[in-house]
Design a protein around this ligand. Sequence first.
Ligand SMILES: Nc1ncnc2c1ncn2[C@@H]1O[C@H](COP(=O)(O)OP(=O)(O)OP(=O)(O)O)[C@@H](O)[C@H]1O
Ligand SMILES: [Mg+2]
Length: 307
Amino acid sequence: MNAIEITDLCKQFTGKKRVRIDALKNINLQVETGEIFGFLGPNGAGKSTTIKIIMGLLRPSSGTARILGVHSGLAASRLRVGFLPENPAFFDYLSAEEYVGFVGSQFKMDDGLLKRRSEDVLKRLDLWDARRRPIRSYSKGMVQRVGLAQALVHDPDIYILDEPMSGLDPIGRALVKDIILELKNQGKCVFFSTHITDDVEKVCDRVGVIVRGALVALDRVENILKSGVEGYLVHLRLSEDVPAVFGGFEAVRRSGAISEFYVPCPAFNSFMGTVNTSGTEVVLVETRRRNLEDFFLSLVSVGRESG
Ligand SMILES: Nc1ncnc2c1ncn2[C@@H]1O[C@H](COP(=O)(O)OP(=O)(O)OP(=O)(O)O)[C@@H](O)[C@H]1O
Ligand SMILES: [Mg+2]
């Protein structure tokens, strides 16, 4: 069974002067149990709108969202879900320990288990020393980590996280990535949104890219990377006395006897033929691929041109 299933989802808002905003245009998406899914898109693309519909916080204009087969309009769909909203705000007179305890009690965890889990997640998110201070005294990054702690405390099977790395410093971002990978090892499903491609590249099985309310790409991260090879950086051992030109290409870098040549894919075979016949030593060949950032930017510009 799919952990999350979105079918023909559309959402329109009425903006200022009654202008119609098509926030979601016929989104179809399935996320399997045990899968880490990155929902990638620029600001205003429709990520939070989709997540709010999955969580039953917004009604779709048409189409459906289901969690483990249960319609997202029903509270029962959220029993096995840990949710981190965008820009989380909590009852800030409570401490992290009290808030996490409150969330655990809403999921009817028994006291002993809740105490153990609460301690585990507060320690994991580096909030243990601050656990008894009111949340209003926390920094932005600490509040974000309280958000993650409350999503984890009841040990759900599915995690729906709206920009979990937002507002965190590099150490905090790395921590969240580690936690997501741990959840994957435990067989959990994580659906998270981000506009930072690097977050997706490191941890996701699959990525969906949303631009202006439309899903413009949906694939495994490695397929996207595989399709993005653009050329090769060939390191050759060449005498320092000869000009830095080889096979019609000028060296992009020279360091002592090693010269590096960037060779685009179509020219690679003939370049390597010249290398062979000349008996030049190849020190290293590096693949130069289009990264997700470029992929994402190209999709965004296509979305802008046609939108
Ligand atoms: N309550 C609302 N009323 C009117 N328009 C809305 C409302 N909520 C969202 N929108 C519009 O819907 C579109 C999608 O917004 P959404 O918050 O889903 O984007 P997002 O991808 O989460 O962006 P961000 O990266 O900035 O969080 C935007 O054009 C936004 O202005
Ligand atoms: Mg958002």
